[in-house]
Design a protein around this ligand. Structure first.
Ligand code: NAP
Length: 306
């Protein structure tokens, strides 16, 4: 191994927006001796080879992980259990399995029971993304200055965690180690519920009568536009996120519903002071996000200005 290589052989099971962005970093910096990519469709595998993202491709997860030192699961979470069952018996001794899924408790429950004891599971979640899908939508700067949350289980080796953390640091990410359940609560309110709201608002528009609908689209820049971007996110991936993080999402949704009711009452009662106080506090949150440098959405190089 040369000094830059972190893993001799890396297998990506699922190589869409997130997997391919990480593969681009690995390619760019020569961090792996060999990359093998696995996906179900021939079209995905052809795109991966055309883009030079992998040295070899296969649609068989067990074949993909043969001899791999690091396995990266980059599919929707609903596919994890079947994949773990397929790869468990053939994983290399001492291999590390990691993932990029947006929900961590369920990811661990789906994968861990099927891994042999000499394989380390390092669950991970890069808090970065766009509304686009597939290997063609990835880019190597997606993770720069973004958090990657790792949620090791009590028996995950510190050495394996450090190896995965180092890979993400090479992608430009900052690392946070967190309990899986805590991760799921935090992401329920910062990501999952906001997506649910966007899907709901944009869904409401589809039920409006045609004249009103065309006006909404025409004047989208007044706020609706940002919701349409979020609501364009992959339906399968988001179905799996809500199915996998049910309890935390329902808990946060309950709180949100109470807050909406309070605002509804304030509007009905003409309680301007309540609204002013509420909106002043939310403005401070926005300032915190800007100060932390997390306000600029990631854009692939060459994206035209809106
Ligand atoms: P994506 O662009 O839709 O890519 C999914 C990949 O998985 C594709 O290569 C797909 O190819 C493959 N795939 C799907 N089912 C499979 C299966 N059963 N076996 C093997 N390959 C399979 O998805 P993504 O946006 O990269 O998201 C992947 C994961 O990252 C999800 O778990 C998501 O929660 C997480 N995540 C996403 C974001 C985001 O903003 N998008 C951010 C952070 C984390 P085929 O269809 O050809 O099989």
């Amino acid at each position: 191994m040369t000094e830059t290589i972190l893993f001799d052989r890396i297998a990506f099971i699922g190589i869409g927006l997130i997997g391919s962005s990480l593969a681009r970093v690995i390619r760019r910096d020569g961090l792996a001796g060999h990359i093998v990519a696995c996906a179900r469709s021939e079209a995905t595998l052809k795109t991966v080879m055309d883009l030079g993202l992998a040295d070899s491709v296969t649609n068989d997860p067990a074949e993909a992980v043969d001899g791999a030192d690091l396995v990266v699961l980059g599919t929707p979470i609903g596919a994890y259990e079947a994949i773990a069952k397929a790869i468990g018996p053939v994983l290399k001794k001492g291999a590390i399995v990691t993932d990029v899924g947006s929900v961590k408790r369920m990811a661990i429950d789906a994968v861990k029971p099927h891994l042999p004891p000499d394989v380390s599971l390092v669950p991970g979640h890069p808090v970065a993304g766009t509304e686009n899908s597939g290997p063609e939508s990835g880019f190597d700067t997606l993770f720069v200055n973004r958090w990657v949350i790792l949620t090791p289980t009590p028996d995950t080796s510190a050495d394996a965690v450090e190896k995965v953390a180092e890979l993400w640091r090479r992608a430009g990410s900052n690392i946070e180690i967190m309990d899986a359940g805590h991760h799921d609560q935090v992401l329920a309110i910062t990501s999952h519920v906001p997506h649910l709201i966007a899907y709901t608002i944009v869904g409401t528009v589809t039920d409006l009568e045609d004249v009103l609908k065309s006006e909404v689209i025409k004047f989208a820049a007044s706020g609706f536009r940002d919701f349409t971007r979020i609501a364009a996110s992959d339906p399968i991936m988001w179905r799996d996120i809500f199915l996998s993080n049910r309890d935390a999402v329902l808990e946060m949704l309950g709180r949100l519903t109470e807050d909406i009711s309070a605002l509804q009452r304030a509007i009905r009662d003409g309680d301007g002071a309540y609204m002013e106080d509420k909106f002043t506090r939310t403005r401070a949150i926005r300032r915190g996000v800007v100060d932390a440098g997390q306000h600029i959405p990631p854009k692939p190089p060459g994206t035209p200005k809106p």
